[in-house]
Design a protein. Structure first.
Length: 133
């Protein structure tokens, strides 16, 4: 039965010393470890937003960039998540790497990337993905 499923997460322990002062360095390190472990879609993250009525919404999107203090992902500004973030420019992102028994959550204000960044990303996408967009 589903209610009887139990998992004890004991693979590793995360201490404050191991985490360090910069959460982006930890995220970068864990992403590298997820890549080395051949985890499927190690850059997949759950994006949670709210609609105009305050109803939560969540879906998975790929991380496309990681700078010193920001996570970069792309979406169509006219889709549901784009409209939700335009109306309420805050979101939560959650990475979960089950095999490694790790997760990271980041929440905060979202901002659009520059038109030049968006155009450069779009130009790198495979042609069939460009057409689908």
């Amino acid at each position: 039965m589903i209610e009887d499923i139990r998992k004890s997460y004991e693979r590793d322990e995360l201490t404050e010393e191991q985490a360090g002062d910069n959460p982006f360095l930890l995220l970068r390190r864990w992403l590298e470890e997820a890549l080395e472990a051949n985890i499927i879609e190690p850059n997949a993250m759950c994006l949670a937003t709210v609609d105009a009525h305050g109803n939560p919404d969540a879906r998975f999107v790929p991380l496309r960039g990681l700078d010193d203090d920001e996570l970069v992902f792309y979406t169509n500004i006219n889709c549901a998540k784009g409209k939700q973030m335009a109306h309420h420019p805050y979101a939560t992102l959650v990475f979960w790497w089950g095999v490694l028994e790790r997760q990271i959550r980041r929440r905060g204000r979202v901002e659009q990337v520059s038109d030049a960044m968006a155009d450069a990303y779009f130009a790198r996408r495979p042609r069939e993905h460009q057409l689908a967009a």
